[in-house]
Unconditional design. Structure first.
Length: 142
């Protein structure tokens, strides 16, 4: 289940909402619905806040991994890779262990959390009470 992770190494946040297992294509033992819904919600809200031009609709936070979710994960990883050459581009959001997995290389889930916190703090800070999200997800993030 998704959970809060205390982090260090960033002045933006003291914790992030983390996934418990991989979210991505071919992750047979992963793609927990709460983890997937968290990633989909973060992606969708960032896309809306940045008003990104798009030919592929943002993912709906259904909890089921789909092509739109995979597309946007991959696109965001490519964007990170443009700034951080060590960034991994595998179309998968992995559980973070801290803010960075290598020097100047943020975990994708940490990047998504901090990006939404910067762009739309009121939405980020309202995650725990957002009725669109599953009760099990909201409870696990407390």
């Amino acid at each position: 289940m998704a959970h809060r992770l205390a982090i260090s190494g960033t002045h933006y946040a003291k914790f992030v909402y983390n996934v418990s297992a991989h979210v991505g294509p071919g992750q047979a033992d992963s793609n927990n619905p709460d983890d997937v819904q968290l990633v989909q919600f973060l992606l969708r809200e960032i896309i809306k806040a940045e008003a990104l031009p798009r030919k592929v609709a943002p993912p709906n936070p259904t909890g089921q991994f789909d092509a739109a979710t995979g597309f946007w994960i991959y696109l965001f990883q490519n964007a990170i890779h443009g700034a951080v050459k060590k960034a991994v581009i595998d179309g998968t959001v992995s559980p973070a262990k801290n803010a960075l997995y290598d020097i100047n290389s943020p975990w994708m889930i940490v990047f998504l959390n901090i990006r939404l916190l910067i762009l739309a703090p009121q939405i980020y800070n309202g995650i725990l009470t957002n009725q669109e999200l599953r009760p099990s997800l909201r409870a696990s993030l407390k």
